[in-house]
Design a protein around this ligand. Structure first.
Ligand SMILES: [Zn+2]
Length: 373
């Protein structure tokens, strides 16, 4: 029986706990929203699925469904009710007021990570605990994000900057907060303690690997690996323990794939999905630029509304192209060299770059203007 059939028959997450004292969101998640997701053929939409305007309960329902599909519930022996409580708490720790680093972005990244795991078959290159660690890390990777970046935490002397210092400031905070939630909701309680420690270690490595300050170092390190390294040499999927060496290494496949998912906006099935994310993140940058100006801190050039508005739509396109061609595309090429499962995303990315010229300029201008409201 396939996973989808199992899901439709209501098996999987501990069914004993499904019918008593379940919070409303869990009932909706289990019985209505997830059925609706399947009725809408969300799986078939692949990288064309855009959940940017979905409400919170539907995002949680999607996460539950993805968890079923990667078999998280059976690997962790986790009751659905407890998992839903954890997901609600996780969602609560994201700031809805952030235009980009919010629970929607977290679910968006989780969705792409699961696409890499399931549709691109990365699960065959990972242990079961690595699959679970990368899933949980994708969902928690920006938890607690205040809407301003690492540089700002130090420049403005914020409590997070003081506590964590200038290296991986927010990534370390999200790893701590995410780990705390996993412990508070006993998500890993039913697996052996040695495996729990290894899983947490991979979880933290994955989140720390999303730090853009590490991006070039990672690209350089990937170039030193043999071609098809992860396709041929990485430990195949097996039950039980993670490989201790790999799980703590910055170049472990779960960590590489989470970073890919985090910057995958330009790799989606169409340019609209890319643009929606770019406008949302630029809007958050501009709001940081406003905070910097208000506090008499030097304003980050690419976050300065006066500069961005003066550059207009051409400047927006130039900056998007620079980021995508200069950072995202080289990364996807470097990863493809060592694991060719990522190839469809690299191809989609190059298609999208070529499509910029055929964009409806009027529509893009309208979207771009929303950055400055
Ligand atoms: Zn992120």
């Amino acid at each position: 029986m396939g996973r989808l059939e199992t899901l439709k028959q209501g098996q999987g997450f501990n069914t004993e706990t499904q019918r008593c004292n379940i919070p409303l969101v869990a009932r909706l998640t289990d019985e209505q929203l997830r059925r609706q997701l399947h009725a809408d053929h969300y799986i078939e939409q692949g990288l064309g699925l855009d959940m940017w305007n979905w409400e919170r309960d539907k995002l949680i329902a999607l996460a539950v469904d993805l968890a079923y599909r990667v078999n998280l519930h059976q690997i962790l022996k986790l009751p659905l009710e407890r998992f839903c409580s954890y997901l609600e708490a996780l969602a609560d720790e994201y700031f809805a007021s952030n235009t980009y680093h919010n629970f929607t972005h977290a679910t968006d990244v989780l969705y792409v990570l699961c696409h890499l795991l399931l549709d691109c078959n990365a699960t065959s290159r990972m242990t079961e605990y690595e699959i679970v660690a990368s899933f949980l890390a994708a969902h928690a990777h920006d938890v607690g994000h205040p809407g301003t970046n690492n540089h700002y935490q130090i420049a403005a002397n914020t409590p997070l900057g003081i506590k964590y210092g200038e290296s991986a400031t927010l990534e370390t905070y999200s790893a701590d907060l995410g780990q705390q939630l996993l412990e508070q909701y006993s998500v890993l309680e039913n697996i052996p303690s040695a495996d729990r420690a290894a899983l947490i270690s991979t979880f933290r490595t994955c989140i720390l690997g999303t730090d853009m300050a590490q991006h070039h170092t990672t690209c350089l390190a990937l170039k030193h690996l043999p071609i098809d390294f992860y396709t041929q040499n990485y430990p195949p999927k097996r039950p039980g323990r993670t490989n201790g060496e790999s799980s703590t290494h910055a170049l472990c496949l779960p960590s590489l794939l989470l970073h890919a998912a985090d910057i995958s906006g330009p790799c989606r099935a169409n340019l609209d999905i890319w643009l929606t994310r770019s406008v949302a993140v630029t809007r958050e940058f501009v709001q940081q630029g406003d905070c910097e100006r208000k506090q008499h801190i030097s304003v980050t050039e690419s976050f300065d509304r006066l500069i961005l508005q003066a550059e207009g739509i051409d400047g927006f396109q130039r900056r998007e192209t620079e980021f995508t061609k200069g950072l995202v595309l080289p990364y996807f090429r470097d990863v493809e060299r060592v694991w060719n499962g990522i190839k469809p995303l690299r191809v989609s990315l190059e298609d999208n770059i070529r499509s910029w010229d055929s964009l409806d300029r009027k529509a893009v201008t309208k979207l771009w203007a929303t950055i400055f409201v």
